[in-house]
Write a protein that binds this ligand. Sequence first.
Ligand SMILES: [Zn+2]
Length: 155
Amino acid sequence: MSYDRSRLPDPAAFYVEHRGLKLLPGKLWRSGGPCEFHGGGRDCMRVNVRTGAFKCMNCEIGGGDVVAYLMAVECIGFIEAAKQLGAWTDDGKPAPRNPMPFSARDALAVCDFEITFAAIAAGNMAHGIPLTDADRARLLLCANRLCRVHEWIAR
Ligand SMILES: [Zn+2]
């Protein structure tokens, strides 16, 4: 099995047809409507129509291509994202087993920070302090980071 980047969909087509963004006229970087990650923000998502890179101007989530986008939004691994995008070919060889992209110590540090953040947000809500849009966006990023650590550890 191997990854064939040339088989990735056209970034503009991916974002419009598969993710429902409405790309505004522009050049390389174009606004694309609300952000799927924090669930709001009019035209806050920016996508690069050549590389597929993305960046939310509100919650600041971002990545380098459509694979990174799909991994983040669906909380799936690289191979699964590449398969869904048609860029993973079966050549009869076993899939490569990549090492963890971070150490166990780093994974624990991320979990510690994100769990503490979620606990503080929950505590605030329990005391009647509503979440701001930025808080909600950060909680989604928190969940995504924890999901990512879980995914790598569970492999
Ligand atoms: Zn966002």
